[in-house]
Design a binder for this molecule. Structure first.
Ligand SMILES: Nc1ncnc2c1ncn2[C@@H]1O[C@H](COP(=O)(O)OP(=O)(O)OP(=O)(O)O)[C@@H](O)[C@H]1O
Ligand SMILES: Nc1nc2c(ncn2[C@@H]2O[C@H](COP(=O)(O)O)[C@@H](O)[C@H]2O)c(=O)[nH]1
Length: 186
């Protein structure tokens, strides 16, 4: 059986990665999304095991110590990581596995999986990024400030990625992602 492929989506918080991925996964059931572990508190409507596995700090440190995370990072005051075993199993089964992760995690994956396809999603402007985070209405003022500060660092690193796509018009961005992704993996 042919080995699968890892596909990494990165971009500043609020740029629309999750929304784009939901549409992409609905249109392409052959894609598998990795479910991350986080110490962040669940947002309203988030479901354990579907959006994230929610753990406390001690549990997260245990996962790091026992090598159970493929990558991990601290982001805006919380920890996030990718469970290793499910991803490795899906790749061995020949699947296309999608990670939605921030910059530091993407850099770790670049080292350990040099064959991974890395896509970066850019906002049309900093103002529109802030508007989207606020419209989502899920973050405190402090969290918004941290995320916007981190966004500047992430956007400055867009050139490190294989492909950068601006999420301005949603349908156009989705099409550009599909084209880039399936050209790379076929
Ligand atoms: N092209 C677009 N035009 C306008 N609004 C958009 C567009 N794409 C996404 N949005 C909106 O932007 C908000 C943030 O999107 P989303 O939660 O998917 O971002 P994200 O990058 O996954 O953020 P995070 O990394 O924090 O999880 C949502 O309200 C979403 O509906
Ligand atoms: N390095 C990792 N980053 C991750 C992972 N799962 C999600 N993320 C990124 O964290 C921020 C914030 O997410 P939010 O759900 O609190 O808005 C965002 O950029 C995600 O892409 C992970 O496993 N590893």
């Amino acid at each position: 059986m042919q080995m699968g492929q890892l596909i990494v989506f990165t971009g500043p918080s609020g740029v629309g990665k999750g929304t784009l991925l939901r549409s992409l996964l609905a249109r392409h059931p052959e894609l598998e999304l990795s479910i991350s572990v986080t110490t962040r508190a669940p947002r309203e409507g988030e479901i354990e095991g579907r959006h994230y596995y929610f753990v406390n700090q001690e549990q997260f440190q245990g996962l790091i110590a026992t090598g159970q995370l493929l990558e991990w990072a601290e982001f805006a005051g919380n920890y996030y990581g990718t469970p290793r075993t499910p991803v490795e199993e899906m790749i061995a089964e020949g699947k296309l596995v999608v990670l939605e992760i921030e910059l530091e995690g993407a850099r770790q994956v670049r080292e350990t999986f040099p064959g991974a396809l890395q896509l970066f999603i850019l906002p049309p402007s900093p103002e529109e990024l802030e508007r989207r985070i606020r419209v989502r209405g899920q973050d405190s003022e402090e969290a918004i400030a941290r995320r916007l500060h981190r966004a500047q660092v992430e956007i400055a690193a867009a050139d490190e990625f294989d492909i950068a796509i601006v999420n301005d018009d949603f349908d156009r961005a989705l099409e550009a992602i599909e084209t880039a992704l399936f050209a790379a993996v076929s």
